[in-house]
Design a protein around this ligand. Structure first.
Ligand code: BGP
Length: 474
């Protein structure tokens, strides 16, 4: 038994958390650029615009913009088969509704894709990863407004046309279901609820617009290159029943509808009965226009990509709650937590893979998984992150069981934050995920020098053996 021969091992990042250069070469402001980073436990602040004299870690991030050659060479050294990244909409259309695309932005991604192909690394590209143009929030009210569908599809067509020979794998919206799960849909959809708004209505209307934009992107993309492969991208916070009480099981199942709502539309091409249950459960209403049904039906995905970080438990009895960056849920007494309170559940990844595959029967792709931790750079330039190796070993063994024992059809695995970058949830740099340490800190100090952590060599060996290293280490 072994992993598929063409398994896509790699790493994942997002433009707003990694590139830096937030106003370079014509880039416009995105919603991520006006969020101030915070320290642990203190909520982030959203400004109308960039404030003078305030430090925003994401503005420099870990500067992929100026280090992409060096970083891609390190990915190649680890043996990456693929690299998941996102395109910043604001590099291409600085205001989202500009008359013409920004050529400098298009050229930057040309250079990145060329560099990846030099090493035989396949790009996996997310079109929307938590960074819509700020102008679209101010001018149109973000994803509440159907106008966003046209603008997003226009942007997608420009980049799919430009990179049709360079990119095969496309993901439409990062963690599209975060829009309904998160109490702060700012990251996902640029939305802050108004005093007179019913959040449930806004959530469903904005979700419908994103689902339409996703379907139309897929329809248009297939005209540009029929070889393109499209995936949706779901956050998968797995819910278990806290006890064997049947009503706990009902609650756990209902909680998962926040994820399946989006999976169902992307795979089945329609709002299913489960979707109706979810809409009714939150008492939300939204409007569809004539022709929307046909668009959703035609624009279905080829595969499901998802992020997996933790599981949580549900009960109708009071529970101690844990909060991740998007989802919150009950604490499981059998599981340990990370320094940021995220429950560590490797077997949950096997459960997640089986649940998704049983429900949809199309290929899956794990495009985010990993562990945020505080790493220490030693004087000799080493970083001994044995905790990260342990975390990955456990999760990847569970993944391997899902493929080899349960016969789940899995395309690949990209570890989140393969080079250290800014946290989406807290805006910190000290919450590190990478195989590659970047000397850059929350107060703006640092040399931006790159260092290989112990996990770098471990992952390199894992890819070299196509996962067999996990069997030897058991
Ligand atoms: C996912 C996001 C990523 C990433 C990751 C880790 O929800 O898609 O952008 O940041 O979570 O979360 P955090 O950065 O908050 O630790």
């Amino acid at each position: 038994m072994s992993m598929p021969e063409n398994f896509l091992w790699g790493g994942a990042t997002a433009a707003n958390q990694y590139e830096g250069a937030f106003d370079t070469d014509g880039k416009g402001l995105s919603i991520a650029d006006v969020e101030r980073g915070s320290v642990k436990g203190v909520p982030r602040t959203i400004d109308e615009t960039v404030k003078e004299g305030v430090f925003y870690p994401s503005h420099t991030a870990t500067d992929f913009y100026h280090h992409y050659k060096e970083d891609i060479a390190l990915f190649a050294e680890m043996g990456f088969k693929c690299y998941r990244m996102s395109i910043a909409w604001t590099r291409i259309f600085p205001n989202g509704d500009d008359a013409k695309p920004n050529e400098a932005g298009l050229q930057f991604y040309d250079s990145v894709f060329d560099e990846l192909h030099k090493y035989g690394i396949e790009p996996v590209v997310t079109l929307h990863h938590y960074e819509m143009p700020l102008n679209l929030v101010k001018k149109y009210g973000a994803w509440r407004n159907r106008k966003l569908v046209d603008l997003a599809v226009r942007y997608a067509k420009v980049v799919m046309e430009r990179y049709k020979e360079k990119v095969k794998y496309w993901l439409t919206f990062n963690e599209i279901n975060a829009l309904v799960i998160s109490p702060r849909p700012w990251h996902q959809a640029g939305i802050i609820y108004g005093p007179d708004e019913n959040p449930a209505d806004v959530k469903l209307q904005a979700s419908h617009h994103q689902l339409l934009a996703s379907a139309l992107t897929i329809i248009e993309g297939r005209k540009i290159n029929p070889e393109f492969q499209f995936g949706c991208m779901l956050i998968y916070p797995l819910s278990y029943a806290y006890t064997c009480k049947p009503t706990d099981q009902i609650l756990a199942r209902e909680k998962m509808l926040r994820t399946y709502y989006f999976g169902d539309v992307h795979v089945r091409g329609r709002y299913t009965n489960s979707c109706r249950t979810f809409q009714e459960s939150i008492s939300g209403h939204f409007t569809m226009e004539p022709g929307d049904d046909e668009i959703l039906k035609e624009g279905v995905v080829d595969f499901i990509a998802f992020s997996y970080y933790f599981s949580q438990v549900e009960s109708d009895e009071p529970l101690m709650e844990l909060v991740g960056n998007v989802a919150k849920g009950g604490k499981n007494p059998y599981l340990k937590v990370t320094e940021w309170g995220w429950q560590i559940d490797p077997v949950g990844l096997r459960n997640a893979l089986n649940n998704l595959y049983d429900r949809y029967q199309i290929p899956l792709f794990i495009v985010e998984n990993g562990m945020g931790a505080i790493d220490r750079l030693e004087e000799d330039g080493t970083v001994h992150d044995d905790y990260r190796i342990f975390y990955l070993k456990e999760h990847l063994s569970a993944m391997k069981d899902a493929v080899e024992i349960d016969h789940v059809d899995l395309m690949g695995y990209t570890m989140w934050g393969c080079t250290d970058l800014v946290s989406a949830g807290t805006g910190e740099l000290r919450k590190r995920y990478g195989f590659i340490y970047v000397d850059q800190n929350d107060d703006g100090s640092g040399t931006m020098k790159r260092y290989k952590k112990d996990s770098f060599y471990w992952y390199q060996n894992l890819i070299r053996t196509n996962g067999q290293l996990l069997d030897q280490e058991e």
